[in-house]
Design a protein around this ligand. Structure first.
Ligand code: GRF
Length: 231
């Protein structure tokens, strides 16, 4: 059986990329290979992570659509993961890889998404709004900004003492979990199931609040799942 070739696109630290590399290496995402890492920024630490694992890597601007497409085709890429890629993917790529591109966003979409909602700004907006829960969403990529079908949402509580930085740190942990699960679904050709019935994962640090939240979701007819390490 031939391996599913993943391209991971990044702009910065690449901790989500690392989570994917680790999941592929430890067998949590079987039958897959991180075949290419593309950064739109020189010096992104994610490129160093790719080099450490001998993964081919390139710096390509999102303005060079033809070069991007050619590179993806040459490497026989089957699906693309945007993992902290802070640029808009050219429409040619979105079209060529329709329903085979996923993104991770550090909030519960459709809230706190769209133009201008990236990095620490997302968490600042979450705190300013006073919401009690935040989290991350994996979704399909379409021509809009953060508008593709949601696939998995991971939920965490917002605490009174939280700062934008502490939220960012805890959200990143849940990003790693839901992104690897979403990549597994991509490799197994199960994205359609998720887009029809998006999954919600509760991280019950705040068990009581999570139970109330879960009950509300069940009443809405949403599917729930447990995180794999039981937390
Ligand atoms: C993540 O919060 C991701 O959701 C956002 O940018 C951050 C990237 O983190 N789009 P990393 O580069 O994966 O560490």
């Amino acid at each position: 059986m031939s391996l599913y070739n993943l391209a991971v696109m990044i702009s910065g630290s690449g901790s989500n990329l690392q989570a994917i590399i680790d999941a592929v290496e430890n067998g949590s995402i079987p039958n897959a290979k991180v075949a290419l890492v593309i950064s739109n920024r020189e010096g992104a630490y994610g490129l160093e992570r790719a080099r450490k694992h001998s993964i081919p890597n390139k710096v390509i601007s999102n303005k060079d659509a033809a070069i991007l497409l050619k590179t993806l085709e040459t490497r026989e890429i089957n699906g693309i993961v945007l993992a902290g890629y802070l640029s808009i993917l050219p429409p040619e790529i979105v079209k060529a890889y329709n329903n085979r591109i996923i993104n991770i966003h550090p909030a519960l979409l459709p809230m706190f998404g769209g133009k201008g909602f990236y990095g620490i700004r997302v968490h600042q907006a979450v705190l300013a709004s006073g919401v009690k829960y935040t989290g991350a969403t994996s979704h399909l990529v379409d021509d809009g900004v953060d508008t593709g079908a949601a696939l998995i949402r991971g939920v965490i509580p917002v605490h009174d003492e939280d700062t934008a930085e502490s939220l960012q740190k805890r959200v990143l942990e849940i990003e790693h979990k839901i992104l690897t699960q979403t990549v597994k679904a991509l490799v197994e050709d199960k994205i359609k199931d998720l887009s029809e019935k998006p999954k919600i994962i509760l991280n019950s640090i705040d068990r009581e609040g999570a139970l109330v939240f879960a009950k509300g979701l069940l009443e809405l007819g949403r599917a729930l799942t447990e995180t794999d390490n039981g937390d």
